[in-house]
Design a protein around this ligand. Sequence first.
Ligand code: SF4
Length: 261
Amino acid sequence: MRERTRPGDNGLVPRAIKPPAIKPAAPKPAKPRKTRTMPAAEVRTFLDALARANPAPKSELDFVNPFTLLVAVVLSAQATDASVNRATPTLFAEAPTPAAMAALGAEGIGRHVRSIGLWQGKARNVAELSRLLVEQYGGEVPRDREALEALPGVGRKTANVVLNVAFGESTMAVDTHIFRLGNRTGLAPGKTPRAVEDALVRRVPADMLRNAHHWLILHGRYVCKARLPECWRCVAAPWCRYPAKTPPPAEKPPKRGAQLT
Ligand code: SF4
């Protein structure tokens, strides 16, 4: 007697195999586009736009001579210029020269600057660098990078600020704002502050280099901010290569009951 078969029971008629359910692939997030380097021919135009908005840029630290500038810059490490400016008037009134500052000592300096972050170490550095200025440089601030960088609390960035602001040299001090701007805008991409500094010195036209330090710091502080650059009101936007420019903020709807004119 012939066995009754059902499809798939005897291998003659294979059962239909249900294919495993395939989940539709989740859409991949768009890769953030990388900032491209700004073409050399546009670097001047970009800086010109910043220059028109601020033709005579200045340091926002208060100082009256190279010594008070040096002290203010040392105190400003990882602190705001405003916090330094609140502390220095009484400090400079009591100790306007390196000799007076050295005599005041770390403890006396500390009485004036304790509202500034990391004040204890900074007070010690200011006392010691003042003593060295008296002993080694006749109470003057040396116009020399190596000599400046040998002073306590003075690194390459501080030396660059002093050489630029006090002595008019075309140096480029790369702080957090300039490091961000150099990379974000494509002006001077680099992985380290020194790489950004070297790229800026190479790419910025020589006649703009001294002021470029201020234009870039101030632009980073007030417009091209770290968390959210205010691209919608940026005068240099047409030449900036940042691919994710911030659109203008949405206008708030009028409050209910407010009269429309
Ligand atoms: S357009 Fe935006 S990212 Fe570019 S420099 Fe201006 S604020 Fe910065």
